[in-house]
Write a protein of this length. Structure first.
Length: 321
């Protein structure tokens, strides 16, 4: 289709999410002179904003999650990307002179684009145990960076055994009197260097082969019931807070059956980040991939932007063949 003319309010690409993946996609798309919109939800907290310290991003010795996101956001905006604060509730499409236009619904606001990059990330997985919901914000937390300062000289439980759990547990020791890690297995999944730091930390202890059954207290968390999955014995453990790091659930509920998801509700894409619906791409932790790290999220974003650019240029008849 040559010389495609559309209303000025229609973007070339709309990016849903403002984590490393979405912002990198915005940076690359805007730098390619695409009319770019980044939709940022202020009600959804991304993984990187919960990360106190990043030390494995090439070229940067050490930085915080907020700082790194801030830099990428500034870069994207400097190249001309527009930003909109809103939580996406759904996506639909309309036809305009034979061209499919995607409509993004954010409450009463609607934004339109020729292509969409979904970079909606993931949210903390809940334990789904008694007391968890009731004490969220009253001793139960999913973000050490956000809440650690409220637990100075307190005794804390950390649930999980991966990198996120152990790194956040180490961070909590800067504030807490003691941090006890509860893990359902007899060894950690965290990387060796992270494990070494944890095992050498005098403020950290470990409870193996165990899970939390209940979280109890009056106005705030006072204790938890811990069950050994091998002996099936349960016991009460006094604590002032419970920090949960047991994995992540992709933020893809707003998509409905629009595109293909796997059994874990992650978006299925090809290497070009395109979904099964032409014009919709995905990147970052919301899509199915083997490694969730900042660097892989940024790489996804760059590829998604390039693929969206090629798609839009073909629609407009400006693609370089």
């Amino acid at each position: 289709m040559n010389n495609l003319k559309l209303p000025d309010n229609v973007y070339d690409v709309a990016i849903i999410g403002a984590g490393p993946a979405g912002l990198t996609a915005g940076l690359y798309a805007a730098r390619a002179r695409m009319k770019t919109l980044i939709v940022e939800s202020l009600s959804v907290m991304g993984q990187i904003t919960m990360t106190d310290e990043i030390e494995n991003y090439p070229g940067i010795r050490k930085t915080g999650g907020f700082d790194l996101v801030g830099i990428i956001k500034e870069q994207a905006v400097s190249f001309g990307a527009d930003r909109f604060d809103g939580t996406v509730e759904g996506i639909s499409s309309v036809q305009d002179k034979g061209t499919e236009i995607w409509r993004i619904q954010c409450g009463k606001d609607i934004r339109e684009a020729l292509s969409i990059i979904v970079a909606s990330g993931a949210s903390p997985r809940k334990l789904d145990v008694s007391g968890e919901k009731e004490f969220t914000g009253k001793g139960v937390s999913y973000c050490a960076t956000c809440d650690a300062a409220f637990f100075r000289e307190k005794d804390l439980l950390v649930i999980g055994g991966g990198n996120a759990a152990i790194e956040e547990a180490i961070f909590l020791t800067k504030f807490a009197r003691k941090v006890t890690v509860v893990h359902r297995r007899d060894k950690l999944r965290a990387s060796k260097v992270v494990q070494e730091r944890a095992f050498s930390n005098a403020k950290m202890e470990f409870i193996w082969d165990s899970v939390i059954e209940e979280i109890n207290g009056s106005d705030k968390v006072e204790k938890a019931v811990i069950k050994n999955i091998k002996t099936l014995a349960s016991s009460e453990f006094p604590c002032d807070g419970v920090f949960v790091f047991t994995g992540w659930v992709p933020n893809t509920g707003f998509l409905g059956d629009l595109i293909k998801l796997d059994e874990k509700k992650r978006i299925v894409t090809g290497e070009d980040m395109e979904t099964n619906r032409p014009g919709i791409f995905a990147c970052g932790d919301c899509r199915k991939r083997p490694l969730n790290q900042v660097i892989t999220a940024c790489a996804d974003g760059a590829v998604a932007a390039q693929s969206a650019q090629h798609y839009v240029e073909k629609l407009k008849g400006t693609a370089y063949e």
